[in-house]
Design a protein. Structure first.
Length: 237
């Protein structure tokens, strides 16, 4: 079987300790034992597994896979090719699409056999569980922040403002950066909190008053609202 060997270390210190040579020796020994033919050795030295886009040897390996120059990708451990389970599974799916097997020799992972495929399916389920747990944790954090008056980002609700928004408005009004920050810090001391926008609150009160009086959404949305005797907004709900 035509094989591509992939080896990687993430730090220059590891390079100096001959980790690359050790990986290469282990993989070539495996190929000799199993009668595989080494087509190419792909080597990324001193590069993190988190940065797939800047690993030239990995890019070259993927190109070999797409061009069907190899039938098997061999690594010592799965974290040599990726520390992200999702990225690893995506990559192995790419290998599968081109009829290329994947083997991590020290972890008994071999996608050409049913046990290897089962292991990967199990890893995929774990990855999905991890994604859902992460999403749930994020939601819990956002709810907790909101309950403490903190803003989770996105569109600022009408009637509220933030330190950054006040700062930007002050800059538009030709204030210096120092003056703008002073104003923003005074009106909105904490950058992560929402604060009442007094001008917009005036408009909101007019909107609520109109609806209470008319009981009509159309009349409420069609009316022009004023502040300081100037028409400044149409509700536009």
């Amino acid at each position: 079987m035509n094989v591509g060997l992939y080896i990687r270390v993430s730090t220059l210190q590891q390079v100096d300790k001959d980790s690359l040579e050790l990986q290469e020796s282990m993989l070539k020994s495996y190929c000799k034992t199993h009668g595989h033919k080494v087509i190419n050795l792909f080597k990324d030295a001193g590069l993190s597994a988190k940065k797939d886009n800047v690993r030239p040897a990995l890019k070259q390996l993927i190109q070999f896979v797409k061009e069907k120059k190899i039938e098997l990708v061999l690594v010592t451990k799965i974290d040599r090719i990726s520390r992200s389970l999702k990225d690893l599974l995506d990559m192995i799916c790419l290998f599968h699409e081109h009829d290329v097997a994947f083997v991590a020799i020290t972890q008994n992972i071999d996608t050409s056999g049913y046990m290897g495929r089962f292991t990967l399916n199990l890893l995929g389920a774990i990855a999905e569980l991890e994604r859902e747990m992460t999403a749930e944790r994020v939601s819990e954090v956002m709810r907790h922040r909101a309950s403490n008056g903190k803003w989770n980002g996105g569109v600022i609700p009408y009637g509220y403002t933030t330190q950054q928004r006040i700062y930007k408005q002050s800059i538009k009004e030709k204030k210096s950066k120092a003056e703008a920050m002073g104003i923003a810090s005074k009106l909105a001391p904490q950058p992560k909190l929402l604060y009442t926008d007094k001008d917009e609150v005036i408009i909101l009160k007019q909107i609520f008053k109109t609806y209470i009086e008319t009981k009509s959404i159309r009349e409420t949305t069609d009316k022009k609202y004023q502040r300081n005797n100037k028409t400044i907004i149409s509700c536009g709900l």
